[in-house]
Design a protein around this ligand. Structure first.
Ligand code: GRF
Length: 185
């Protein structure tokens, strides 16, 4: 049984889809959800599903709390689902090809520091892009830069608002992210 840890900073709708996907699985279980925001809704979701969770500060992260905790918990695989801080090098080294992120656009477009949430969908709209999508990639030392594992595109209509675009992208995330995780385990 593989042990998965999820890192998330906000709402956690992707985290919840992943939890549901592996509920009752004999392949993997979500053993913890950790957030850098102590009031993130994802922690509420974790509680509702009886999944151990904790929050930490940026300086605790930089001092190695995740490396230490994940080692103690014997985590096999780390999933970033809307996690906004840069991952410390130590954690990257501990999880070579075993830590992935989802980005709500077709990287290398609309990625990098500060490109998250609605900012990404607004940029797609402003740019007049005819399509957007999701990118699932390994995590390396830079934002949104690691080797791409999976991408899926969806058409953007001229009449789509950034909110419409966000809804289309979320639908792709929920459909594919849990399956891609499973395929990597
Ligand atoms: C998702 O769109 C994901 O691609 C991005 O952050 C968003 C998180 O949404 N990295 P949620 O917290 O899973 O609802």
């Amino acid at each position: 049984m593989k042990k998965i840890a999820i890192l998330a900073s906000g709402n956690g709708s992707n985290a919840e889809e992943i939890i549901k996907h592996f509920n009752g699985s004999d392949l993997a279980q979500i053993i913890c959800i950790a957030s850098n925001k102590k009031d993130a809704y994802v922690l509420e979701r974790a509680k509702n599903h009886n999944i151990p969770s904790f929050s930490f500060t940026k300086s605790e992260m930089e001092a190695g709390i995740l490396e230490k905790t994940f080692e103690e918990m014997e985590v096999d695989f780390v999933v970033l689902a809307g996690f906004l801080l840069k991952i410390p090098d130590g954690l990257i080294h501990n999880f070579p090809d075993r830590m992935i992120n989802i980005h709500p656009a077709l990287l290398p477009k609309h990625g990098g520091k500060g490109m998250y949430g609605m900012r990404v969908h607004e940029a797609v709209k402003e740019n007049g892009d005819k399509e957007t999508g999701i990118t699932i990639h390994f995590v390396n030392e830079k934002y949104d830069d690691g080797r791409v594992i999976f991408q899926k595109a969806v058409a953007v209509e001229e009449s789509d608002s950034p909110e419409d675009i966000a809804n289309k992208v979320h639908a792709l995330e929920y459909k594919y992210f849990p399956k891609v995780i499973e395929s990597l385990l």
